[in-house]
Design a protein around this ligand. Sequence first.
Ligand code: FEO
Length: 134
Amino acid sequence: MRFKWDETISVKIRKFDDQHKKLIGYLNDLFNAMSGGTGKEQVGKTLVSLSNYTRTHFADEEKAMSTHAFPGYAKHKKEHDAFVTKLDDFQQKHAKGDMYLTIDIMEFLQGWLIQHIKGTDKLYSDYLNEKGVN
Ligand code: FEO
């Protein structure tokens, strides 16, 4: 269940690889909070941390893509926006007590993030590298 960053998901830009490692760390924290029986409050706090850091990371990627006029920017941003909406929804439901985070949701978050890095983020690697972003 727990995921580790490795070279196969490198996007060849140091800053974004580091941010992805941190995001994976937050996912693991969330998993630990859930499975460790630390209670709803801790799960909620971890979810907020994951959500905040996701926004920071997405904003940084979007800035790099838009600064360098990456052609796939709009499509990429749409994926980010949809994920943030989903995170907000989980967070609100969790805060209201409507929903407890389940393994299914964890798997959704983890699956989405890894697929996004492998499938969508990697599309900017060569383009941004050529623009001097490494
Ligand atoms: Fe690394 Fe597009 O998120």
